[in-house]
Design a protein around this ligand. Structure first.
Ligand code: MN3
Length: 217
């Protein structure tokens, strides 16, 4: 069964002024669509066609060698963007607002405070040379880690395929490819990171956390 490009859960311009509509349009309709098509092309007619994207990426090193590159790049791109759209929310609908609750306590437990976490995450996002992603990922014990990966790699992939520890589930990810921010921010990636917090859907991140811990345990 082929993978499908998911619809955006809000209007393309709904995240303005943080992320402009034109960037969202190109990002979703062109970039994410291309990753989806190329993933489907790569696994067409193979046993991997019937696997979930999570299981494909986690067992990337079991794939035939000629498929590993295309699936790593395009399967990673498919999964990462699918996650990315859902952890964002327009400011008018509560994006950027973090509610007191379990996740904020968990963040404080592992990073000291929300501000300390944001600083650690920003360091990963701005320190990732070239294209890639910054991640907040959950481990089987329920702990949280920040890390970054190059290109479309992510923490689901076997350890050799990214800068994150293996067997982690990303619950929040920031796309730091230039295609994600260049129209608005040009070379100012640090500003993009600072602004981006204003459209993070923390409720969704919290849900992702509990789902991840349940999956890993
Ligand atoms: Mn992207």
């Amino acid at each position: 069964m082929a993978f499908t490009l998911p619809n955006l859960p809000y209007d393309k311009s709904a995240l303005e002024p943080v992320i402009d509509g034109r960037t969202m349009e190109i990002h979703h309709d062109k970039h994410h669509a291309a990753y989806t098509d190329k993933l489907n092309e790569a696994i067409k007619g193979t046993q991997w066609e019937n696997e979930t994207i999570e299981s494909i990426l986690a067992s990337l090193d079991q794939l035939p060698e000629d498929l590993q590159g295309p699936v790593r790049n395009n399967g990673g791109g498919f999964y990462n963007h699918k996650l990315f759209w859902t952890i964002l929310k327009p400011q008018s609908e509560g994006g950027g607002t973090i509610h007191a609750g379990d996740l904020i306590d968990t963040i404080a437990k592992y990073f000291g405070s929300l501000d300390d976490f944001k600083a650690a995450f920003k360091e990963k996002a701005t320190g990732q040379f070239g294209s890639g992603w910054a991640w907040l990922a959950a481990t089987s014990s329920g702990s949280l880690e920040v890390c970054s990966t190059a290109n479309q790699d992510n923490p689901l992939m076997p350890e050799s395929h990214g800068g994150c520890s293996s067997k982690r589930i990303p619950i929040l990810g920031l796309d730091v490819w230039e295609h994600a921010y260049y129209l608005n921010y040009q070379n100012r990636r640090p500003d993009y990171v600072d602004e981006w917090w204003k459209v993070v859907d923390w409720r969704r991140v919290e849900t992702n956390y509990y789902d991840a811990v349940a999956t890993l345990s």
